[in-house]
Design a binder for this molecule. Structure first.
Ligand code: NOJ
Length: 738
């Protein structure tokens, strides 16, 4: 039996320091003062968030709207604000919000692409730039970052998050919160972040958006909560509830989540908003009788602001009169809203300078950072015969529906990015090569093969062919689940046709999710997976293709051979019958075989034993050699820090960056533990022939998890540790926690 080491719930009490007895801050005093002057109607008005434009000025004038979303016309926004500030009784400014997800004007790679960089610094810089551009356009609140763990690429919203791993999710999520909010929320260039969707939204059954989830409390705590908790501790100003229900309880009506965990356990003091009509949708769930009931349940669960259900504004006064909602709860909600408005400095500075955006939109340094992010996010999945980089080719064929698709390469949720500012690969490659341009297909779902012969003939005339395939932006993101993850339309056939010319074929995939591209790998020499790379995707990819930059991205999600393998993720628990990789496959089964359980282990007969590419995978133009991991000592106590090192050598010909990853496995637990868990990573750049000792310092407390007694502890016992270039390779060393 293991002895349990109880750890302090580090950080769990963060914001509790500002307890009731603490002196009231200046802002708290202002909030109390304002609150004391408000009627119940005015309070409920603050809790109401509406989507629209100029027509909302009349609502603001009545003090019946606390926040507006989806308007980016600064003149209209100023008119709405003027109505709120100058015409409403108390002059409370409106909070202007928007989905600024991976850039405002300058669009960065979609979040799953950003996660492939394993570079929190570039994520933070991207979020900062988003804030600078969005605030210049009047937006002070963004509904980002999305922290939903996503392990099923059929779910369209994998595009918007950091993938399947809680540790990577924490690092990227915290970085984005810092970037959006800057040093101080009162800075006019700071934008309040909104961590979303709390919680479990990414676990929708079958990857069907909005669907039910069944997540145990332990799994919520070990896997789905960490990024929310870390971002809350990093000061995220707001949080959005999710559409889904967990075990029968919609998040928007889940008091345990919104009060017991978020407020009481984590001590978080920010503001909670619903997702779009997620309160109203509790009727369809069969959790609420009618709209009035949704308002009662959402407010009692701990929601502060209602996005677009109209339930609060219509029914709260009645609910208070009937004693179903307390005015104290309303006051608390309004306090959270007003506090944010004071923190953002909206009372002093409500209006937008209508000339500001012209000075910052698409600033050269913003474009440069977006290009860097796009370079870092591209993953080299295959490079047979080192055909990439195409540094010697003079004439190349450029083909495929994503080669010159300025709108599509921006990806999902890029509402304010202007396609005319996008630099496509075709444009960028023309600066490097003599380009023969044959689109082949007009868009990703196109099945018209009539120009394929022409494309193949053009390939024959070129030194190499580069085929840009993938998904149109609209095929991923919210409400865009797919059951088949092969390339759409005739894109695979286009690649196969180009291959027939016998020239080196490079495929670039611009998509919103990891697609099932196994058959396409067979028809090309090299493949770069760039997700939707944003405004500067073209120059970034041209640099990578030409060899002016070297790929360093790693897969932030497991890549599947077949959609039927989903969900498939590296950090799963073991079955009692783990697959050995030598078991019988479908075509090995004799005809009229007798009844048998074959290999008797956990795998699919028809799609092999493992995924196409594991989590953390990505090649370089260079090669890296890892030594075996070395530990300073073999035994540790609960307060120790584990020092683990590895010798990394660049054995190739290019200066290149490798993402060195640290994994551990807790061998025996009071509950089954994942077969591997990422616990650290570092981007290491080495010149050819150079080597470096890469050292990780892993506090033993980072090995804690929610155990059989639902306590957050490190359990003593034996562990394996790997330091490797992906989640599937490397030698392990053992250590023991006493
Ligand atoms: C619904 C989406 O789920 C959420 O992520 C988004 O922020 C809101 N709509 C507002 O557009």
């Amino acid at each position: 039996m293991k002895r349990t080491l109880r750890l302090m719930l580090a950080g769990a009490v963060v914001a509790l320091t500002a307890s009731c007895s603490a002196p009231k801050s200046e802002i708290d005093r202002k909030v109390d003062d304002l609150l004391s002057k408000m009627t119940l109607r005015e309070k409920v008005g603050q809790m109401n968030q509406l989507s629209g434009g100029a027509e909302l000025a009349a609502v603001a004038a009545k003090g019946e709207m606390g926040s507006v979303l989806n308007c980016v016309d600064v003149k209209q926004l100023n008119a709405i604000q003027k109505a709120a500030v100058e015409e409403s009784r108390l002059g409370i400014p409106v909070l202007i919000s928007r989905d600024v997800i991976h850039g405002f004007r300058t669009i960065f790679p979609i979040p799953i692409g950003l996660a492939a960089t394993f570079d929190p610094a570039i994520a933070e810089e991207g979020a900062r730039i988003s804030a600078v551009e969005a605030t210049a356009n009047g937006i002070r609140w963004t509904f980002s970052p999305m922290l939903d763990i996503a392990r099923d690429p059929r779910w369209g919203r994998v595009a918007e998050g950091s993938g399947e791993d809680p540790y990577l999710d924490v690092q990227m999520g915290v970085a984005m919160v810092k970037g959006y909010q800057g040093e101080d929320l009162s800075d006019p260039a700071s934008m309040a972040a909104c961590i979303k969707h709390f919680v479990g939204y990414g676990a929708a059954e079958g990857g069907r958006d909005y669907n039910s989830t069944m997540i145990s409390e332990r799994s919520l705590r070990n896997t789905y909560f960490p990024a929310f908790k870390a971002a809350a501790e990093a000061g995220a100003a707001t949080l959005m509830t999710s559409f889904n229900e967990i075990d029968g309880i919609p998040s928007t009506g889940n008091k345990w989540l919104l009060k017991d965990v978020l407020r009481d356990e984590w001590g978080w003091k920010g503001m909670v908003v619903t997702d779009w009509n997620s309160a109203g949708e509790m009727i369809a769930h069969g959790f609420s009788r009618d709209l009035k009931h949704t308002a009662e349940q959402a407010i009692n669960a701990g929601v502060d602001m209602d996005m677009m259900s109209y339930g609060f504004i219509q029914y709260v006064e009645e609910l208070v009169k009937e004693g179903k909602v307390s005015e104290k709860d309303i006051d608390n909600a309004v306090r959270n809203i007003l506090k944010l408005k004071f923190e953002l400095g909206l009372f002093e500075n409500p209006y937008i300078d209508e000339t500001a955006s012209a000075k910052v939109d698409y600033a050269p340094e913003h474009l440069e950072a977006a290009k860097k992010a796009a370079v870092e996010s591209a993953i080299l999945l295959q490079n047979k015969g080192n055909v990439l980089p195409l540094d010697k080719a003079k004439t190349i064929l450029v083909t495929g529906p994503l080669a010159d698709a300025p709108y599509e390469q921006l990806g999902t949720w890029a509402f304010d990015g202007q396609p005319e500012h996008t630099v496509t690969p075709l444009t960028a490659l023309r600066k490097e090569y003599n380009v023969i341009w044959e689109p082949g297909l007009k868009y990703s779902r196109d099945n018209d093969r009539s120009s394929f012969a022409k494309v193949r003939a053009a390939a024959s005339r070129a030194d190499a062919a580069v085929v840009f395939v993938g998904e149109e932006a609209i095929l991923s993101g919210e409400a865009h689940s797919l059951s088949n993850l092969n390339l759409q339309g005739a894109q695979s056939e286009l690649i196969a046709e180009v291959a027939k010319a016998g020239k080196p074929v490079v495929v670039v995939v611009m998509a919103g999710r990891p697609l099932t591209i196994e058959r396409d790998l067979a028809n090309c020499d090299a493949m770069l997976y760039s997700f939707h790379p944003g405004t500067m995707g073209g120059p970034a990819l041209a640099d990578l293709i030409k060899g002016k930059a070297v790929p360093s991205g790693k897969t932030p999600m497991t890549f599947l051979r077949d959609a039927g393998q989903a969900p498939f993720y590296y950090n799963h628990n073991n079955s009692g019958r783990p697959c050995h990789g030598t078991e019988t496959l479908l075509n090995d089964i004799p005809i009229a075989a007798g009844q048998t359980s074959l290999g008797c282990t956990s795998y699919y007969l028809d799609s092999g034993y493992g995924p196409l590419f594991p989590f953390g995978y990505g090649l370089s133009y260079s090669t890296f050699e890892y030594g075996n991991p070395v530990l300073e000592k073999a035994e540790y106590g609960k307060d120790d820090v584990i020092k683990a090192s590895v010798e990394l050598r660049n054995t190739g010909k290019y200066e290149a960056t490798e993402i060195v990853q640290l994994y551990v496995r807790d061998l025996v637990g009071s509950v089954v533990r994942p077969v591997k868990e990422l616990k650290g990573f570092e981007r290491v750049t080495l010149a050819p022939g150079d080597s470096k000792t890469v050292t990780f310092e892993l506090p033993v407390s980072d090995l804690a998890f929610w155990n059989i007694d639902m306590e957050y502890v490190v359990e003593p016992g034996d562990f394996n540790l790997w330091i490797a270039g992906d989640s599937a390779t490397g030698e392990s060393v053992n250590f023991t926690i006493r």
